[in-house]
Design a protein around this ligand. Structure first.
Ligand code: AN7
Length: 359
């Protein structure tokens, strides 16, 4: 019995409450988020010039993305202050996460999403969890500016990453990586959209160094999609475009903290093309068994780009690529993107045998 209990994931608030702004009125809630696998590369490592490569697969969170780490804490804080309504703008994953935790913990959830620009699985989640869904003929950035104005109304708690508790919860991913590796990796490669996550990882890494849980800080390497790369261009993009809909963001809310994370870590925020993203998306699935959404593959795309242009910078290093969400969010893309297609035949042993011989 005891052993079974010890294997239970108590969630990121319970596991890391010592490092979070938890007080006696903060409810310790969870849906089992966090403790996601840090998967050692078995095949891609052979074509990359580093010595240890890991994928932090955040698609294994309860709603299929890293957002759950931050959402659980934002919701705990909303409950602490007796808020009844939560709201967010989203490219999809934040809305799925908010809707799930909102449903579970009795909060009305309002989500604003860009019409026709969110993956089908994410919309299905928001519908299933019962959120009030407002689809706007506009993009994420326009949705977020509406949300910011809503936040003047005290009855509504904003659960975008402009809510500092989201960042607090998400920093636990950095803690888990250090707890598992025994120290910080040399570099962390991460997709960047609204730039909350790169901010959160940097906070986590710097705090764990301060608590002497690690001996060094990693270099942070953030990747935006080429058509949605305001941090690379140095100015907001009015009409961001990319196949990676999760990071189709032209004016990131955490702009300054992302630049600070880059500068303080001695890292880089660069862009990768949609083709590079799709190629990394295919490699993760077909070579490592990690089926992620396209935005999530921007981290590996960035590592492959770095391996080509500056191999010395990763030589002999321990590297973690953050894989932010599940490929099941957007099944249509896989059907379009991969060569492997089902063959349709009669339900007869001989016909099946013949088909297998011809594979
Ligand atoms: C899979 O859900 O912004 O740089 O509204 O879903 O912290 O924004 C999602 C972002 C990367 C970028 N990977 O993270 C939203 C939203 C996936 C994502 C990002 C997102 P941030």
């Amino acid at each position: 019995m005891k052993q079974i209990g010890s294997l239970m994931n108590l969630g990121v608030i319970q596991n890391y409450k010592k490092y979070l702004p938890v007080n006696k009125n903060t409810p310790i809630i969870t849906m089992g988020e966090g403790q996601t696998p840090l998967i050692k590369s078995t095949n891609i490592i052979n074509s990359i010039n580093c010595s240890n490569l890991y994928f932090k697969f955040e698609g294994c969170n309860p709603t299929g993305s890293f957002k759950d780490r931050g959402m659980v804490f934002a919701i705990a804080k909303a409950l602490e202050t007796k808020s009844k309504i939560i709201a967010c703008a989203s490219t999809g994953n934040t809305s799925a996460s908010a809707a799930a935790y909102g449903a579970r913990f009795g909060l009305k959830t309002i989500v604003i999403v860009p019409n026709g620009k969110i993956a089908s699985g994410k919309l299905a989640q928001a519908i299933a969890y019962g959120a009030k869904i407002i689809s706007i003929d506009g993009n994420f950035d326009q949705g977020l500016s509406i949300i910011r104005e809503l936040s003047d109304d005290n009855n509504v708690t904003i659960v975008n990453s402009i809510n500092p508790f989201r960042i607090e919860g998400q920093k636990t991913a950095a803690f888990e990586i250090i707890d598992e590796l025994g120290d910080s990796p040399d570099s962390l490669f991460i997709p960047v959209g609204n730039a909350g996550n790169i901010t959160a990882y940097w906070k986590g890494f710097t705090e764990y160094l301060k608590y002497e849980k690690s001996s060094k800080l990693p270099i942070l390497m953030g990747y935006q999609a080429e058509g949605a790369a305001p941090l690379v261009k140095g100015e907001p993009i009015e009409k961001p475009e990319t196949i990676a809909s999760a990071i189709r963001i032209g004016n990131p809310a955490s702009w300054e903290s992302a630049i600070a994370a880059r500068n303080e870590s001695g890292g880089l925020i660069d862009s990768v093309t949609d083709d590079e993203i799709l190629s990394a998306y295919e490699m993760l699935a077909s070579q490592e068994g990690i089926f992620c959404e396209p935005a999530s593959a921007a981290s590996l795309a960035g590592l492959i780009k770095t391996n080509l242009i500056n191999p010395q910078s990763i030589k002999d290093k321990t590297i973690v690529c953050v894989v932010t969400g599940s490929g099941l969010k957007e099944p249509e893309l896989a059907e379009k993107q991969f060569n492997s297609k089902p063959i349709n035949i009669k339900p007869e042993l001989e016909t099946v045998k013949e088909a297998i011989m011809n594979l």
